[in-house]
Design a protein around this ligand. Structure first.
Ligand SMILES: *[C@@H]1O[C@H](CO)[C@@H](O)[C@H](O)[C@H]1NC(C)=O
Ligand SMILES: *[C@@H]1O[C@H](CO)[C@@H](O)[C@H](O)[C@H]1NC(C)=O
Ligand SMILES: *[C@@H]1O[C@H](CO)[C@@H](O)[C@H](O)[C@H]1NC(C)=O
Ligand SMILES: *[C@@H]1O[C@H](CO)[C@@H](O)[C@H](O)[C@H]1NC(C)=O
Ligand SMILES: *[C@@H]1O[C@H](CO)[C@@H](O)[C@H](O)[C@H]1NC(C)=O
Ligand SMILES: *[C@@H]1O[C@H](CO)[C@@H](O)[C@H](O)[C@H]1NC(C)=O
Ligand SMILES: *[C@@H]1O[C@H](CO)[C@@H](O)[C@H](O)[C@H]1NC(C)=O
Length: 333
């Protein structure tokens, strides 16, 4: 009987450890770091608190109560503050004045609310270089604010997928947006500030993430991570760009620019051919005239005329106006 109790205790500890190794957010240690904690649901928040977890030990950092405010523990009193507690109900984001190596570790923000009960966000603070620069992207998507964005990834192999994770990778932190354990069929609700959703039942090898009503702040890197029960892993990174109608304009500019360059090349070719032909006919050619011609080319390139028109103009220059020598480059201001 004692043996069974012991086993159960072991199991319990194991379960607790497994639960605690799941981190919603990974934050890079920096002097002025902020650990975001915002209870997303409506309902009455009766209490919130932050603890630091070291192995099996929990150290209280601060407790928040809507009536009594924030109580910060002595060990943290001069080192942390809560920038948004008074501004937004349910926002107990924790900021450090001068964080250092002692602040590396595991943190937990818990919210007690009515009628939803307990909500928890686990944050891991690590010492590392920028997460973003270490994450090259494989593809990109351009969207405008207000659009519903769907990021999809189709696994290239046919593995028995066990786990799919979507993350947002920022320079200073990584947030889990969706997590799916396919053998469990259980979905995970993200603790990230922005609401996104995914779907566990995709037959395994395909996954998507929907970002409804995109805002500028959604731009950045999104990482999809597949893990097979046989141990294989595959990661895909999508860069999302959210631009206010600029995306299309840039595209058009690019096309117009390309056409203009092509026109320029065609023009130059035609001019060179005509010039050579004429040169054969007329051996002596004033240097000034050739300069005039060059500036004419530039003018033509800038003016929004079609290739045919420009060709006609060139022909005019050469065969009609050439003998007068009176043409000067138009003064440009
Ligand atoms: C942290 O904040 C202080 C005061 O606001 C500022 O002087 C310091 O440069 C900041 N440190 C970093 C690394 O941004
Ligand atoms: C965790 O606790 C151990 C002893 O309980 C201590 O030596 C260690 O410094 C603690 N680590 C942190 C990050 O507080
Ligand atoms: C605090 O609230 C402001 C807007 O009210 C927001 O811009 C800022 O990101 C919030 N800070 C944190 C740490 O959540
Ligand atoms: C921040 O902490 C470091 C040592 O951890 C110390 O040298 C420095 O003076 C502190 N800066 C401030 C502004 O408190
Ligand atoms: C985005 O999706 C929502 C439903 O999820 C829909 O009501 C809305 O019209 C969609 N917006 C756009 C721009 O497609
Ligand atoms: C996924 O679920 C299975 C079955 O419950 C479990 O054995 C496995 O540890 C889970 N994996 C993760 C990463 O939670
Ligand atoms: C998941 O996706 C499948 C197929 O696209 C759909 O039938 C199902 O309703 C979705 N489930 C949820 C919870 O959105």
């Amino acid at each position: 009987m004692d043996y069974l109790t012991f086993l159960l205790a072991i199991l319990h500890v194991h379960k607790a450890l497994c639960e605690e190794t799941f981190w919603d957010t990974t934050v890079q240690l920096s002097e002025n770091m902020t650990l975001e904690c915002m209870y997303p649901s409506v309902g009455f928040v009766s209490q919130m608190d932050w603890t630091k977890i070291n192995g099996t030990q929990k150290e209280s950092i601060a407790v928040y109560n809507p009536y009594f405010g924030v109580a910060v523990m002595d060990a943290y009193n001069s080192r942390v503050y809560f920038p948004n507690t008074t501004k937004k109900p349910g926002d107990l984001s924790l900021s450090f004045h001068n964080a250092s190596e002692v602040d590396v570790g595991f943190y937990s923000c818990v919210c007690h609310s009515f009628p939803n009960g307990v909500w928890r966000k686990n944050v891991k603070v690590v010492q590392s270089d920028s997460f973003e620069t270490a994450t090259p992207s494989n593809s990109h998507i351009i969207t405008e604010p207000g659009q519903n964005v769907t990021l999809t990834y189709q696994l290239q192999s046919n593995w028995p997928v066990e786990q799919v994770t979507w993350e947002k990778v920022q320079p200073h932190q990584i947030d889990i947006l969706a997590f799916c354990n396919l053998s469990q069929g259980r979905s995970y609700s993200s603790k990230y500030l922005r609401h996104t959703w995914s779907n566990c039942s995709q037959g395994g090898t395909k996954s998507f993430l929907v970002i409804p009503n995109a805002i500028i702040a959604d731009l950045g890197l999104y990482r999809c991570h597949f893990k097979a029960s046989t141990g294989e892993k595959e990661t895909f990174v999508i860069r999302l760009m959210v631009t206010e109608g600029k995306a299309n304009k840039q595209h058009i500019l690019f096309i117009v620019g390309g056409t203009a360059s092509l026109m320029f090349v065609v023009l130059i070719t035609i001019i060179v051919i005509l010039y050579n032909r004429r040169r054969r006919r007329q051996a002596s050619m004033p240097v000034k005239e050739s300069r005039d011609k060059q500036s004419k080319v530039v003018t033509n390139y800038r003016s929004p005329t079609s290739t045919n028109q420009s060709m006609d103009e060139e022909k005019e220059d050469i065969y009609v106006n050439y003998p007068t020598f009176s043409r000067r480059p138009k003064p440009r201001f």
